[in-house]
Design a protein around this ligand. Sequence first.
Ligand SMILES: Cc1cc2nc3c(=O)[nH]c(=O)nc-3n(C[C@H](O)[C@H](O)[C@H](O)COP(=O)(O)OP(=O)(O)OC[C@H]3O[C@@H](n4cnc5c(N)ncnc54)[C@H](O)[C@@H]3O)c2cc1C
Length: 288
Amino acid sequence: MRGDAKSMTVLRPRSAAEAVKSYAKVPTAMPLAGGTDLMVGWNLGVLNGRSILDLSRVAEWKKINVVSDGIDIGSLVTHSEIQKHPVIRKRFPLLVAACGTVGAAQIQNRGTIGGNIANASPAGDTFPALAVYEATVRVLGQSGRRGVPISEIFAGVKKTTLKPGELIEAVFLPFTDTAPTRGVFRKVGTRAAQAISKTMFAGLLFNGKGGVLAEARLAFGSLAPTVRRLYAAESFLKGRKLDDKTINAAAELMTTDVSPIDDIRSTREYRLVVSRNLLIAFLKGEVK
Ligand SMILES: Cc1cc2nc3c(=O)[nH]c(=O)nc-3n(C[C@H](O)[C@H](O)[C@H](O)COP(=O)(O)OP(=O)(O)OC[C@H]3O[C@@H](n4cnc5c(N)ncnc54)[C@H](O)[C@@H]3O)c2cc1C
């Protein structure tokens, strides 16, 4: 079956308040942002007969606002816009790198950060960076706004903890008190573009006094149904010097927090070996 636009009802709110109101009236409506994910289903006819909540006129959600303690990225901001923003480039380079690996230029020009999060793919490329930057997803519904830590927005494969009638309005990234000493994002896929990741990693290190680590933030995507911080390895590393013994012991703790599977893109074993090597190389300062 092909997509049949005539069978769909399109709601076109002109503000965030109108969007929430329309969604409350038609709770079965499907929100549409850049459409890069939805149009795949559209072409297959899965949206035939449905109502579409077209968010493209909600101007408030297309803005990037720099505030005193961080940056607020509207949910309709595209991956391309994120890559061009000077403050995001300076303060959150891992997110810039991640957005640069989403699909290819066409997808980055249309696909939005809000759509990426709401889609909740285990391979969502922005998630490890959002996890180490400890982003908060701000959602809006009929009963008001709430902030959801990125670690709590995903409920499983393609599932979020959004409540009925809630829409994502922005993602807030707090500035860190001190600049990280080291930061890396890496995506491992089959090709340079249009690749769904086999594994991806974001890491930040903050040095403390006396040559020990004050803090490590380490996150992997594609190694579990949802993005995972390596909390066990992070707490082991805190306050230690990064020698080979410590690094290897931290890498051994990876499987406390991740549990990759075999699928059409890769095997569990490959994912674990590559991810472990990536983590070790990052901690040794061999990937920049
Ligand atoms: C060829 C191709 C390659 C791709 N490659 C990658 C890749 O490498 N990495 C990657 O991470 N993704 C990839 N994607 C997936 C997709 O492009 C991204 O997830 C993109 O960011 C989705 O954003 P969008 O605005 O297009 O979302 P849409 O398609 O408009 O929506 C996606 C989902 O989010 C919901 N939604 C959208 N906005 C909101 C909102 N504000 N509040 C609540 N729900 C909302 C929609 O209802 C829908 O369920 C690819 C897709 C294609 C077609």
